[in-house]
Design a protein around this ligand. Structure first.
Ligand SMILES: [Zn+2]
Ligand SMILES: [Zn+2]
Length: 340
């Protein structure tokens, strides 16, 4: 037992390494920028004050968003989605698929569930023994079902989901602005380094600060751009690879209610709070507005059949979701595809 708890402690500690790494990089960037660049290298007082006055609010917003993304817990699935033990046993013992499906429909009569599996059944998580709310998925790292799950992010050691999606977007945005600001303001001193006009030991900090800021900015621009696209389209990362399935079949735009309204769903109606990492997302994460659909057109196109041919059977799609992000988007997308 002792061995087991020691092991789980080691796993927990290991999961914090990416967060500690990012924190250490931010700490070092503060020392290099404020002490080495602003105090010890920049000679012009106006330039120095201008850099410091812009840098600090930006750093606060960046760290605040990062903190909120890491420490905002995923919202628990409401109790009414839990399948009673007796009913769950009955479900497992039921050999007939049609009867299983009917039982699940009965269990979900009062629940706001619109999404289905590819075979048209109500979605169930066998690990949590509950009916999955729309857009919820089981995260193997967190070990539970997560409302509007986007992906599990090792860089924040948390699931990016309904509860912290806005914070995650702001974190990416502020991190990008932070890196671009550092890159632009260190550029002239980076050039001085190569022309031997920069003296002292601190010049190496400024050199590496420029390199690291540019490297992170390049990684972030694609990831941030991808998530901006997802917000406008009202899709999660998982849904961008596996469209949600409704009664009439899969529909990648099923939750899209117009670009501006999609944005409002994540950022809320209060414009003052749009750029602050405080919770303003609309809804409860359980039920989502759906786009008006033309059912006749849907059934004529028969998208379910078309999609099943494309992606294979449901068994392949039921694996848990985990993706990594921040550093090369390509790796992020590839790993998500593999897991789907
Ligand atoms: Zn689950
Ligand atoms: Zn997770």
């Amino acid at each position: 037992m002792k061995e087991e708890s020691r092991c789980s402690f080691c796993v927990k500690l290991f999961k914090w390494f990416p967060v500690l790494f990012i924190t250490a990089v931010i700490g070092w960037s503060y020392y290099s920028y404020v002490i080495q660049l602003c105090f010890l290298t920049v000679e012009d007082m106006d330039e120095k004050v201008c850099y410091l006055i812009t840098y600090h609010p930006l750093l606060v917003l960046f760290l605040w968003s990062y903190w909120q993304t890491i420490f905002t817990d995923v919202y628990s699935i409401p109790k009414q989605f839990k399948i009673p033990a007796a009913e769950f046993e009955k479900l497992q013992k039921e050999p007939n698929e049609e009867n299983q499906r009917r039982l699940l429909e009965q269990l979900s009569t009062d629940l706001p569930v619109l999404c289905r599996t590819f075979s048209g059944a109500i979605r169930v998580c066998e690990k949590c023994r509950m009916i999955k709310p729309d857009r919820a998925h089981h995260c193997s790292v967190c070990g539970k079902c997560v409302l509007k799950m986007d992906h599990h992010c090792p860089w924040v050691n948390n699931c990016v989901s309904f509860s912290n999606y806005k914070f995650f977007i702001l974190f990416l945005g502020y991190a990008l602005v932070y890196c671009v600001f550092i890159s632009l303001t260190t550029l002239q001193y980076f050039i001085k380094f190569w022309t031997n006009n920069l003296k002292g030991y601190g010049k190496f900090h400024i050199l590496f600060l420029f390199f690291v800021a540019v490297m992170f900015a390049i990684s972030l621009v694609s990831l941030f751009g991808f998530h901006c696209y997802l917000i406008i389209a009202n899709r999660s990362t998982l849904e961008s690879f596996r469209p949600p399935v409704f009664r009439m079949g899969p529909d990648k735009n099923g939750f899209s209610i117009g670009r501006y309204q999609n944005f409002i769903q994540v950022f809320g109606n209060d414009k003052v709070k749009w750029f602050l990492p405080v919770h303003t997302s609309l809804g409860d994460g359980v039920a989502f507005p759906q786009r008006p659909r033309d059912e006749d057109t849907d059934s004529l196109l028969n998208p379910r059949q078309h999609h099943c041919e494309e992606v294979g059977d449901e068994e392949d799609l039921s694996s848990p979701e985990q993706t990594s992000d921040l550093l090369p988007l390509q790796t992020d997308l590839r790993s998500t595809k593999q897991q789907l």
